[in-house]
Ligand binder design. Sequence first.
Ligand SMILES: [Zn+2]
Ligand SMILES: [Zn+2]
Length: 179
Amino acid sequence: MSTLEFVGLAAVAIAVFLVMEGVAWAAHKYIMHGFGWGWHKSHHEEREGIFEKNDLYAVVFSLIAIALFVVGSNGHPLVFAVAVGITLYGVFYFVVHDGLVHQRWPFRHIPHRGYAKRLVQAHRLHHAVEGKDGCVSFGFLYAPPVERLSADLRRRGTVAAEQRKGRDAEASGARPPVA
Ligand SMILES: [Zn+2]
Ligand SMILES: [Zn+2]
């Protein structure tokens, strides 16, 4: 393989890595919080044990990447580059989402500044809503400013505490507060 070819393939892998953010965002918003909620629900509840049903999504994505690696190593370098991009995204996702945000690894590290802090806060806000509807922040690589997400949540009135307030009000016969 020439240097030029290698650089080209590396560029493809990086492009796929970036595109995967869009794929992950769409899958999270429309599949996981849509017809795929059955698996994803476990991720929005307290976890019992090491695994949750939602991990099956990681398995599915891994199987797709493995299949692409198999095809790629049989004379299709472009497919191989795509597989590398997907896998890099998976690693990033695991470190940020499962590691930094949900602390599924044995050491504790909470970022207090910069990009990492913003990612963690944005995803915490994703989990601030109870249930599958009215959530914000479905992406991972790109996080909108926390202030904007909080304002969004307030406007929708879907934060878990407010949802409970609404339900209590309903139970006592009062009209739920209009957001
Ligand atoms: Zn979610
Ligand atoms: Zn999460």
